[in-house]
Unconditional design. Structure first.
Length: 141
């Protein structure tokens, strides 16, 4: 029997583990801040304007952190091929998100579909990024 040498999984790489830890922490923070802001605003506990503006945009801070985390991962990834696959997945996710949002916008304007709040774009991007990451990893084998 011949033994084939398998490349180690990306999940065993220190850079990937750090990325997933940071990304997970940012997402937990995003959900926690979003729930707290939603509770405060809907419960009447939010501060008056102009402080309300700061409270309202607070959930965007973890979103910005996710962008920094992705960029940091791309800088830390030692394997050029894995880095290329990740960049390809992020570009595809961005393109897919832009295409879906633009299409939905035209459907809203011309076909009367309901408005969708812009804060859902981040969630859509995360879903698209998950799909495209899986796609590039499977196709990259």
């Amino acid at each position: 029997m011949s033994q084939t040498t398998r490349m180690p999984s990306i999940t065993t790489k220190p850079s990937w583990r750090r990325y997933m830890l940071r990304f997970s922490a940012a997402m937990v923070t995003y959900v926690a801040v979003l729930v707290a802001v939603d509770y405060a605003v809907r419960g009447g506990f939010a501060p008056p304007k102009p402080w309300l503006y700061l409270v309202a945009v607070a959930p965007a801070v973890p979103v910005a952190a996710v962008v920094v985390i992705v960029l940091r991962y791309l800088l830390e990834e030692e394997d050029e091929y894995q880095r290329m696959l990740s960049i390809k997945a992020y570009v595809m996710a961005t393109g897919l998100t832009l295409t879906i949002c633009t299409g939905w916008g035209f459907l809203q304007d011309f076909a009367g579909l309901p408005q969708v709040a812009l804060h859902h774009v981040f969630v859509l991007f995360c879903v698209c990024q998950g799909i495209t990451t899986g796609w590039t990893r499977v196709r990259g084998r």
